[in-house]
Design a protein. Structure first.
Length: 232
């Protein structure tokens, strides 16, 4: 208990002392996580909608791979991204390994299946009668899409929150593709692992409180958007 209190005190001290390294690490963490979940949403939302509302040959197989991807171990994702970005890999000429971009790519790989699969499930649960009613009213494709998005808003936001929860807690892939380089690719999760390995449990706990606070604030904002009209 004393260790937890010391960690909380250390976190408060780090924040109010204006420690530039802590702010840089926190900002990089938020930046890579928000960018990765934004890209995963921009890709996963239309893909999930398409898979949830259409039927074609190979759809079940595609859904199977997407669902398998939901449980993809982060170290495996990190290994694949590393292989692609290594000097001899397909994207080696871009020199992206050990950069924030590589961390974003790894986080997209672990969060995209979550957003896609949960979005697909949300649209699959839409009542067929609603779809027939929309067609009967002569709604355009854009109007139909807006109606369906409104109907599935709560489930879609839940998918985004699940994806965000995955990326902000990710450490294995970030460590592998980012290298935990000070001032460049060091984020909160990799910093916590490093401090624990050095025996600095008070600093590790302090960083964990900062990470939890950031995750709480962003998740609270997403929850507000999700539930805004339900209780208004």
């Amino acid at each position: 208990m004393e260790l937890l209190i010391d960690g909380l005190k250390k976190a408060i001290e780090m924040i109010f002392s204006g420690d530039p390294e802590v702010f840089a690490i926190t900002w990089l963490t938020l930046r890579v996580c928000l960018i990765s979940i934004l890209i995963s949403t921009l890709i996963g939302l239309p893909l999930g909608l398409f898979l949830g509302l259409t039927s074609f040959k190979g759809r079940r197989l595609l859904l199977l791979f997407i669902n398998i991807g939901m449980g993809l171990p982060p170290v495996v994702a990190g290994l694949w991204i590393t292989m692609f970005l290594w000097r001899s890999g397909p994207l080696g000429d871009f020199s992206l390994l050990f950069t924030p971009t590589a961390i974003i790519m790894a986080q997209i790989l672990v969060s995209l299946p979550i957003v896609t699969s949960l979005t697909c499930s949300a649209f699959q649960q839409i009542d067929d009668k609603l779809l027939l009613q929309i067609k009967a009213l002569g709604a355009t494709r854009v109007q139909s899409l807006i109606i369906l998005l409104k109907q599935s808003k709560i489930a879609i936001m839940a998918a985004i929150m699940a994806g965000f929860g995955r990326v902000i807690a990710e450490v294995g892939a970030a460590m592998m593709v980012g290298g935990n380089i000070q001032g460049d690719t060091r984020i909160l999760t990799t910093s916590i692992v490093m401090e624990v390995s050095k025996g600095n449990f008070d600093i590790a706990l302090a960083l964990s409180f900062i990470l939890l606070t950031a995750a709480l604030l962003i998740t609270a904002a997403l929850t507000f958007l999700q539930q805004r009209k339900r209780f208004s």
